[in-house]
Write a new protein. Structure first.
Length: 132
């Protein structure tokens, strides 16, 4: 349960409803996820976060599926179950295949393992990695 509960569309202020409407229009869906409903208690945070996500996840040099895969990888590493589910669904909607998801999880798992080994063994940075 969210600390302050969830603000449903019907209960939302006009300011929050406008953001909810933009979320639904941008994502081409007829619902707003619980994350947005939870942070809607602070309309400034809701607006700032939504505007940032729109900007970062918009078309650019990195394609949409890859951006979602990166989001999933970070979410797995951060252990955010909500974000894993949300961005896996979004990636699948953008074309992520089962094979790609399996390979992504293998890469995330391997990176996590080797990162921990580096930290545990206190491996010093190779000088060659420091030069551009």
């Amino acid at each position: 349960m969210a600390i302050f509960g969830l603000i449903e569309y019907e209960q939302a202020s006009p300011e929050v409803r406008a953001i909810y409407d933009d979320i639904m229009a941008t994502r081409k869906v007829d619902w707003v996820g619980n994350f947005w409903k939870a942070i809607a208690h602070d309309p400034a945070t809701l607006k700032r976060t939504w505007e940032s996500i729109k900007q970062v996840m918009a078309p650019g040099a990195i394609d949409a599926v890859t951006k979602e895969m990166i989001y999933v990888a970070v979410s797995v590493t951060s252990q955010c179950e909500y974000c894993i589910a949300s961005h896996t669904a979004s990636a699948r909607n953008k074309g992520l295949t089962d094979a790609q998801l399996k390979e992504l999880m293998a890469v995330v798992g391997m990176a996590s393992e080797t990162n921990k080994l580096v930290k545990g063994y206190q491996v010093e940075m190779d000088e060659r990695f420091k030069t551009p």
